[in-house]
Design a protein around this ligand. Sequence first.
Ligand SMILES: *[C@@H]1O[C@H](CO)[C@@H](O)[C@H](O)[C@H]1NC(C)=O
Ligand SMILES: *[C@@H]1O[C@H](CO)[C@@H](O)[C@H](O)[C@H]1NC(C)=O
Ligand SMILES: *[C@@H]1O[C@H](CO)[C@@H](O)[C@H](O)[C@H]1NC(C)=O
Length: 350
Amino acid sequence: MRSYLYVTLAILCVALLTTNTNAFKGDLVEPHDKPYVEKYKSDKLDFLTFGDWGYEGVEPGQIYGNQSKVSIAMDDWAKNYTSNFIINTGDNFYISFDGDHEGVTSVNDPKWNRIWKGAYKGRLAEIVWYSVAGNHDWYGNITAQVDYSLNEDDRFFLPSAYYVRESYFGPKKTKVTWIHIDTNIFFYEPEDTEDRPKLINQLIEVGWDTVQTINDKLKWIEDRLIEQQDTKWIFVVGHHPLIGKCADKYYMGSLRPLFEKYRVTAYFSGHTHSLAVESAKDGQPVTYFLTGAGSKTDPPCEGNDWGAPDGTLGFLHTTLTEDKFTYEFVDATTANDPKVIYTGSLTPRP
Ligand SMILES: *[C@@H]1O[C@H](CO)[C@@H](O)[C@H](O)[C@H]1NC(C)=O
Ligand SMILES: *[C@@H]1O[C@H](CO)[C@@H](O)[C@H](O)[C@H]1NC(C)=O
Ligand SMILES: *[C@@H]1O[C@H](CO)[C@@H](O)[C@H](O)[C@H]1NC(C)=O
């Protein structure tokens, strides 16, 4: 009864902070063209970005699993900064132990409670998680993740594989645009059947294994960017990284010229289990973030301007005011002693 009350209160708070002027509807394969609109009363937007979090395995000698080290530190930050939401870069559910499965099997899969609700407490359980799908989500039942968002709990926000949001905050109603995309079709060649049988078969099932689909989606992204040119800040979120050599796969390279042409402020990604950034510079206006260290570790992408040392777990914390975007990468490898390891700032779109 008491926890029911808390949940109701939390939902009420989120509802008060966020006014969706659209009906909440969606569909996995139909890109959602019409922006979801959010209005925040706060004079800044504060958010945490991370991905590749759904691996709960505890390694030999560990007290806290990698996932909980990151979740404990994130809750600390989210509470102190009254974070408004999470940007989730995908790979929400991995195989965590022998006999487990990829992704989720259905909206009733116990992994929803074990790996999502059970792992992220406090403020992290009150705010919305704006999500995209990673390859491991497609290895399981990706339709079930969209259905979960639409019918079970819209705090896990994934109404479609492609969707747009507009958020407004502060006294001047500063506008921020978010374009959430599924990068799996740009990353995996359909000929990769040996490598990715589970993924390619699902792409074939929804008719997404063709170059025509890739071109349609690139066009969809470009149309949204054209529509959103009046915005002070434009962010794109996808699973696969676009930093340096990480952008070389299949059609991934086609995204960078689009983002640069329409002056996207920053692109957030995961997939590579590390923290890194390639900063905007003369002739290249976009900052590319990698934040895929929510539960596993890899070396960062080659060609970055900064990358965390191998073995680092953590997330990205960002505060957006009307005219400044400040960010800090947090190293949560030590559960009880998380540290800021890199900071920077960005200015609004020219
Ligand atoms: C959060 O606030 C507490 C209490 O002031 C402080 O001890 C802790 O270091 C803060 N953590 C962060 C991440 O700012
Ligand atoms: C995937 O999940 C959806 C929604 O929960 C369900 O209707 C469908 O039967 C599932 N597919 C498989 C192959 O289990
Ligand atoms: C968990 O994190 C540690 C570093 O803290 C790393 O050595 C280990 O490989 C990580 N586990 C996985 C599955 O990536």
